[in-house]
Every structure is written in structure tokens, then in C-alpha cells.
Design a protein around this ligand. Structure first.
Ligand code: DGY
Length: 330
């Protein structure tokens, strides 16, 4: 019997590709070419599975053009690149990679917040540019993280992991806002207090965004929200571009309406708003919050597990639309 055909959209760990080859005819992308919509459509023809390793957009049009497709295994916890209802309507299973990246992403979110608060990037540039000629009492003074108020917008797994770091490790007062409030025992275990969004913005010394991107969260932080924040506050985004209005953020940082920002994700990335690139008080990183070697390998393995299970009659471990499985088995 011939093996199912799958596409791995971007370069990936050779060991993971090897494992996939035991089950599938694999078309990979060793040149790591970024596939635009026509290239993706062309390569996905007659494929039953896709391991989407680069946030490829999976639209209703693409699905209509690729009727053999049965599974999209996204190598990310976020899946806003995928039209899930369209996949479900066509019986295409979608999976993501939750849990394996939670602690690594929380580490990075916390590090980015600290880098913004303590002006790490600015300080390193200052030194490398040869501008450090003497000690001075107020040289590159930033704001404290320990004992400050941590505000978390979006309190899923990663938000909770950041809350634990703040409360237990840094003695922070932790406030959060989320679509749904956590159960009282979870709040108590985290030492986190639920507040409305306006109170979160007004009280946080360090605001961290960890909410999923959707039409509802588009520009959740814009000029009006930034105006509610303390002029000494920092803003960190390790969630998705588009949650922050990058133009409004650049204006707020330039005007000193907030003190600093740490951004790992951007509207229209990998392009970055020109004004953000020019500002000293923002730490910029290229969407690497989950990028420890061990975690990226775990994400690739989990995406492969989902693809293999879905196309060989197994139980995919982390489906996004499990109703597709139930319908197939009914
Ligand atoms: C995720 O897993 O969603 C990360 O942002 C990587 O895309």
C-alpha cells in the first residue's frame, strides 16, 4: 500500500523528518523557502497532510484547492493562521502544540519584561558604541521588577506560568484580566487577583500580553489603552502581532506616555514598524519566545505525533477541532 503524502512546509529537524519518512512520502523544504499562497497551493496538491512549520495561512480557498488534505499539524500553540471553521467544515483535522512550550515561553516573556524594565538592550548598545567612559549615579536607571505590580492580559497556560515567576520568584503583586475568570483556588495558588481591563492597565507597573490573537483581540492595546497606563510602566508582548497597534505604541514610547516595551511579535512580521526600530526604549526580538532547542524539538515532535496519528488511524494528542475525529468515527 502506498504511503500517504505529506508536506513539511519549512526546514525542520532531520530526525523528525526521518520519523515522518517511516510513515509518509514526505516533501520537505530544505532550502527553507517561505511559501506564499500560490507556492503552498502548488506543493499541497494531492497531499493528505501538512506540517505547517512557519505559520502558513490556511484559508478556505486553499482548502478548496487541495481536496485531498486531511490534516494540518501546526507547529505552534497559536493557530490564528488557520481558518479552523473552514477546516472543520471540510473534515480537515487541525492540531497545535500546547504545553510543551509553556515554561520556555514564560521564561522568555519574563526575560523580555526585565530587559525592558532594566534597559538591557539600550545599555548594551551604549557600551558597544564606546559611550561608557565613567560611572554616573543615574546612568541608564530603569525600574524595579521585584516587588512591582505585574499585569497579565490573557491568563492561559503561559500567563499562569509568568504569574508564578512573578509572585514566587520576584515578590510581585499579580493582577490579571482574561475573558474568563480563573477558579478561586487557582487564583489563590497563583497569588493572582482578577481585575477589569481598565484597572489592569492603570495599575500594572509591568504589563505582559499573553492572549491569543483573534478579531476580538485585534488592537486590544491601542492609543486609548496606552493612555491609561502609568508613564513609568513597561509593556511586553509575547503573544501575537496585531494585538498591539504598533504605530500607537511607537507614538506612546516616543512621547514617554509609557517608559519602555519588550516586543517579540509584530504586526506584519517579519517586517517591523520603522518607528519602533528607531526608538531606544524598546527591546525587539524576532518571535523567538519558544526558541530553546529542547522546546523547538518538542514542538516538532508533537506536530509530527499529531500528523502520524491522524493519518494512520491513531489518536492525535492535541487536536484543535476534535469534532472532526468524532465525525470520522461516527
Ligand atoms: C506559538 O507557538 O504560537 C509561537 O508563537 C510560535 O509561533
Amino acid at each position: 500500500m502506498s504511503k500517504p503524502a505529506v508536506l513539511v512546509s519549512r526546514a525542520l529537524f532531520p530526525e523528525v523528518l526521518e520519523r515522518l519518512r517511516r510513515h509518509f512520502e514526505v516533501e520537505d523544504n530544505p532550502e527553507d523557502e517561505v511559501l506564499d499562497a500560490p507556492a503552498l497551493r502548488q506543493r499541497l496538491q494531492a497531499k493528505q497532510g501538512l506540517l505547517a512549520a512557519g505559520g502558513e495561512r490556511i484559508s478556505a480557498e486553499l482548502l478548496a484547492a487541495c481536496p485531498a488534505l486531511r490534516v494540518v499539524a501546526n507547529m505552534a500553540v497559536g493557530y490564528n493562521n488557520i481558518d479552523v471553521p473552514a477546516c472543520t467544515a471540510r473534515g480537515v483535522l487541525v492540531s497545535n502544540t500546547p504545553d510543551v512550550l509553556t515554561e520556555t515561553t514564560a521564561d522568555f516573556g519574563f526575560a523580555l519584561m526585565m530587559a525592558a524594565a532594566r534597559r538591557m538592550s539600550e545599555a548594551e548598545r551604549y557600551l558597544r558604541e564606546g559611550r561608557w567612559t565613567k560611572w554616573r549615579y543615574d546612568l541608564l536607571t530603569g525600574s524595579d521588577v521585584h516587588g512591582a505590580t505585574l499585569g497579565i492580559l490573557g491568563m492561559g497556560r503561559i500567563g499562569q506560568a509568568i504569574a508564578r515567576r512573578g509572585a514566587a520568584g520576584f515578590g510581585m503583586r499579580v493582577l490579571y484580566h482574561n475573558r474568563s475568570r480563573l477558579p478561586p483556588d487557582t487564583e489563590a495558588a497563583l497569588g493572582a487577583q482578577y481585575v477589569d481591563k481598565a484597572a489592569l492597565l492603570a495599575q500594572a507597573d509591568h504589563l505582559v500580553l499573553v492572549l491569543p490573537y483573534s478579531a476580538a483581540s485585534h488592537h486590544a492595546i491601542g492609543a486609548a489603552e496606552l493612555a491609561l497606563m502609568k508613564p513609568t510602566a513597561t509593556l511586553t508582548n509575547v503573544a501575537r502581532g496585531g494585538i498591539v497597534d504598533d504605530g500607537a505604541l511607537a507614538a506612546a514610547l516616543r512621547a514617554g506616555r509609557i517608559a519602555a516595551a519588550g516586543l517579540d511579535v509584530f504586526e506584519g512580521e517579519p517586517a517591523v514598524h520603522a518607528e519602533l526600530l528607531a526608538l531606544p526604549n524598546v527591546v525587539l526580538t524576532p518571535h523567538i519566545a519558544s526558541a530553546s532547542l529542547r522546546t523547538r524539538r518538542a514542538m516538532a515532535d508533537l506536530a509530527a505525533d499529531n500528523l502520524i496519528a491522524a493519518l494512520t488511524g491513531g489518536v492525535p494528542p492535541t487536536p484543535v477541532n476534535p469534532e472532526v475525529l468524532a465525525a470520522a468515527r461516527a
